[in-house]
Design a binder for this molecule. Structure first.
Ligand code: SAM
Length: 202
C-alpha cells in the first residue's frame, strides 16, 4: 500500500468522517455476522477509519486494537468513540510494525475496505503477517472492494482467488466467500461491489 493512498485518505478525511461513522454496522456486517465471536475476544481492526466498528465491537464486550495510519481519521475516532475498550495504534499494512510480538494472538483480525489498496505483492506479505497475528482457531474477516477507485485513493484489482490461495498457503482456511452490494449509495451508483471473505487459522 502506497504513501499515495495514505495521502489520499488524509486529504479526504474531512469529508469522510461523518460518512464513514454513519454506516450501519448491522447492515454492513450482515454477510458475515454469524461468524463474529460471541464470547469476549481480542480483536484487531486494521484500517479502522473512524472506529465505527471498533466502538460497536467494544460495546459487545470485546477488547479492540484499532490500527489506523491516517492521523486525521485516528484522531476523529478517538474523539467520537472514547471507549476504554479500544486501543488506538498508528501502523500500516503490509508490515504492521507497531504491533509487536506481544500483540499477537488475536481471536479476530478484520480489514474492512482496505484490501483493495494493496497490490498482489503487498497482499502476499500482508497475509503472512496477518496469519502470524491470529491465534489458532482465530479468524480473519476481510471485505474486498471491486470497481472504480475514489479520486486520489488508488486501488489494485487483483483476483479473489489470489487472496484465497495466499491465505491457504499461510494456514488460513476459507470459511466463507460471499458477494455483496455496497451499503453506500454513492458507491453503488459508481458500480462498486464487494466480496466478503472469512478465514480460520489452523
Ligand atoms: C475505505 S476506508 C475504511 C475504513 C473503515 N474500515 C471503515 O469501514 O469505515 C480504508 C481505511 O484503510 C486505511 N488505510 C490506508 N492505508 C492503510 C495501510 N497501509 N494499512 C492499514 N490501513 C490503511 C485508511 O486510512 C482508511 O481508514
Amino acid at each position: 500500500m502506497s504513501d499515495e493512498v495514505i495521502a489520499g485518505y488524509s486529504a479526504a478525511a474531512p469529508g469522510l468522517i461523518a460518512r464513514y461513522d454513519a454506516i450501519s454496522v448491522e447492515e454492513m456486517f450482515a454477510p458475515v455476522a454469524d461468524l463474529l465471536p460471541s464470547a469476549p475476544s481480542r480483536i484487531a481492526d486494521i484500517g479502522a477509519g473512524t472506529g465505527r466498528d471498533a466502538a460497536w465491537l467494544a460495546s459487545l464486550g470485546h477488547s479492540v486494537t484499532a490500527v489506523e495510519p491516517v492521523a486525521a481519521l485516528r484522531e476523529a475516532g478517538q474523539t467520537l468513540h472514547p471507549d476504554p475498550g479500544i486501543c488506538w495504534v498508528d501502523s500500516r499494512l503490509p508490515d504492521l510494525a507497531a504491533l509487536a510480538g506481544d500483540e499477537a494472538g488475536f481471536d479476530l483480525v478484520q480489514l474492512i475496505g482496505v484490501w483493495q489498496h494493496l497490490d498482489d505483492g503487498q497482499r502476499d506479505s500482508a497475509i503472512r503477517r496477518l496469519a502470524d497475528l491470529i491465534a489458532p482457531g482465530g479468524r480473519l474477516i476481510l471485505s474486498y472492494r471491486h470497481g472504480p477507485a475514489s479520486p486520489g485513493r488508488p486501488v489494485h484489482a487483483g483476483t479473489v482467488e489470489h487472496t484465497i490461495d495466499g491465505a491457504a498457503a499461510n494456514a488460513l482456511t476459507l470459511l466463507r466467500r460471499r458477494a455483496a452490494d455496497s451499503v453506500q449509495a454513492v458507491n453503488r451508483a459508481a458500480g462498486v461491489h464487494w466480496t466478503w471473505l472469512v478465514f480460520e487459522r489452523v
